[in-house]
Design a protein around this ligand. Structure first.
Ligand SMILES: [Zn+2]
Length: 263
């Protein structure tokens, strides 16, 4: 039985999905642009690192491991007993590891990263943190800040029309350009950082060639779009056509406004 999420459009799936965790399933048809859920963080960790220094997280999780442990444990101490229990029920790589290792592992694999006041923060949520990865996701997450600037909740919005019982996916690696890499590059990075083999259509052996070709075409169109304006009217018409193709391809892959403006 799937677990019902009160007042939301999604359920927690009944068992592990293709990639890793249990995942979230649409309870009904969800339209593109619709708010799927709003999820207050269980804990927020201030990494005290700029986005540049945080990078892919190595500086925090490996380079300053003892600091990471202290920050995660401090955030857990400040959480309520209920939030702490919910946190410890989230996906963990090695359930037999010691308590501190499990606490760190949960933060490492379930946190949503956001930047505030030039520092990277990590928010772990009850529901958003359960969502599995896809390189062609159907949702986007964004932090909603309180007056004090702290993230009061994470909002999850559909970037595609989603069918009833379809799984909700987020892209874990949010760096621009990541999704445009080849399947081999993406899979290697996901394996290294999140320890799972991506099985989304863009990575699956039977369909990845189609996506690799399409993404290579998008990379080419993006390069054209950012080059100097052409001289002749004919070339200008060609440029406009290229831009139209680029926009329609981005929309076809369900990339929302954030992605589109980055293109
Ligand atoms: Zn993938």
């Amino acid at each position: 039985m799937a677990l019902h999420v009160p007042g939301q459009l999604v359920d927690i799936a009944s068992g592990p999905q293709v990639c890793h965790g249990r995942g979230m399933i649409a309870r009904k048809v969800i339209s593109k642009g619709e708010l799927i859920l709003e999820d207050p963080p269980l804990i927020i960790i201030n990494t005290r690192l700029s986005l540049k220094r945080f990078g892919d997280g190595v500086a925090f999780w490996k380079g300053e491991e003892s600091k990471a442990t202290r920050h995660v444990e401090q955030a857990l101490q400040e959480a309520s007993n209920i939030d702490r229990d919910v946190y410890r029920g989230l996906h963990v790589m090695d359930p037999n590891a010691g308590k501190t290792m499990r606490d760190i592992d949960i933060a490492k694999h379930n946190a949503y990263n956001f930047t505030w006041n030039k520092n990277v923060y990590l928010a772990v949520c009850q529901y958003v943190s359960r969502i599995n990865h896809s390189c062609i996701p159907n949702s986007m997450a964004a932090g909603v800040r309180t007056k004090e600037g702290i993230v009061g909740s994470i909002r999850l919005v559909a970037t595609k029309d989603i069918l009833q019982n379809e799984e909700i996916f987020l892209e874990y690696q949010t760096e621009d350009q990541f999704w445009l890499q080849s399947a081999a590059v993406r899979m290697s990075e996901l394996q290294q950082n999140w320890h799972f083999q991506c099985a989304c259509p863009a990575c699956h052996a039977s369909t990845c060639q189609f996506y690799d070709n399409a993404f290579a075409h998008i990379r080419w169109l993006r390069a054209i779009a950012s080059s100097a304006l052409p001289d002749t009217e004919l070339q200008l018409i060609q440029r406009i056509n290229d831009l139209k193709i680029l926009i329609s391809m981005l929309l076809a892959f369900g990339f929302g406004d954030g992605r589109l403006s980055a293109a």
